[in-house]
Ligand binder design. Sequence first.
Ligand code: NG6
Ligand code: CA
Length: 515
Amino acid sequence: MVKFITPLFLLFLNVSLFAAPQRLNAETRPNVLVIMADDLGFGDLSCYGADSFKTPHIDKLAAGGVRFTNGYCSASTCTPTRYSLLTGTYAFRKPGTGIAPPNSPAVIDPDTYTLADVMKRAGYRTSIVGKWHLGLGEESGPDWNGQLKPGPLELGFDSCFLLPTTNDRVPQVYVQNHRVLNLDPKDPLWVGKMKPSEDHPTGVTHRHTLKMDWSHGHNSTIHNGISRIGFYTGGQAARFRDEDLADKWVEKSIEIIAEESDAPFFLFFSSHDIHVPRIPHERFQGATELGFRADSIIQFDWCVGALVKALKQNRKLDNTLIIVCSDNGPVMDDGYKDFALEKLGDHRAAGPYTGGKYSVYEGGTRTPFITYWKGQIKSSVSDEMVCTIDLAGSLAALTGQVLPQDACVDSFNVLKALMGQKGAKGRDHLVQQNNGNNGTYALRDGDWKLHRYDRKTARNVVVEQQLANVKVPPYMLFNLAKDPTESRNVIADHPEIASRLKQQLTEIIESGRSR
Ligand code: NG6
Ligand code: CA
């Protein structure tokens, strides 16, 4: 019977019919390509209103698929969003899920049921290419010269090709499966927090030699003319050039796309663009009038075009669900003087929203979100609320599975909304957070949004176009329908709504699950 199931038909079936994982026929299981940008804001694509430059490849997907106006990532920094994407669980539930330092051990426990496990159980070959930033190795931290595990391979991925931390954190090397690629054992890699020797050149002592100056932090070890967060020595043969990262991600992804196999692929294309240091390939430098930040958006758009082209060439475009999203909202100066702010002009990286990276205002987490599946998804613009945290639940449904009761406890099945089906509902509420479990939350429920600050200050409000740390009250209430910029705190006018949302948020936090 399974043989005759078409992908769309599957969506109409009550998925609970499939309590056990199903091995569906190859033709009926689409490949799944999740493309996540880094620090890309709601207004950073021309299909979302940017008009200072064009992003034709992503625009094409948006025009032929579903463009969400209420698409979110779950946090306004990278590590917690990626934690939630893979575990289907809010990061605030787990200590140690804030922005991971260079020597962070694996943030996700290998016993955790992940999005990659969901796909592997459905018979997919599962891969991640690009930024990881979820730590590698045991408690003692990554063994850079040995086996880097646990990591993605212990979390359901069959293969990985990684930027292990971020491009601004040391070390600038690729990790392939369990090892640093091209590491010469005679030149071991050392990574640490302290300057390794008196004469070790840094962004402070050798500032005059830098090809891009730093503005805050980012003044430790220099590689490729750019000083970074953290120190390292050795591993010279293994080091990459920042300019080549995007090409490398595309090259490795095309290998996976082109592989002849009965099993469909699940590929998480995790771009480092447009995170600092923004150093696009020379061919994209100057592509816009806005400096390297926007040039990196053009590079990211090129990557999307190259992946689509590879799918077409391998006759897989008709059978691939593509999801484009971001890991947090935009930031201008994130530590390097690349003049993103000075050259911004009229461009509004967060679109109409307030805040950005590090904030629980909408600009921090409401981000581009596009689904595309040629011949299966009809072109539309959807106002349904969907979030990157929902991919586990939704892709489980796509592959005819039901999530185990105790897994992915905040991941909802919003597959029908992702497929752009008429009348299909997304989420009715979502918790937003900034970084780790530090007590900064927002709860959106319908048009209402409650901010909750357990700390007295938060990096929150834009002052002269930069996010600044400001004093915050414990709670604020906004009506997004009337006040999308969250400018008028109406908590005093609506005490009963505030109290309902406070209680709802407390319950979500304390009950340990929302699904
Ligand atoms: C911050 C860094 C910032 C960026 C961020 C992580 C400083 C002063 N700032 O601590 O540059 O690296 O961490 O970004 O060091 S994320 O997108 O990976 O979450
Ligand atoms: Ca990010």
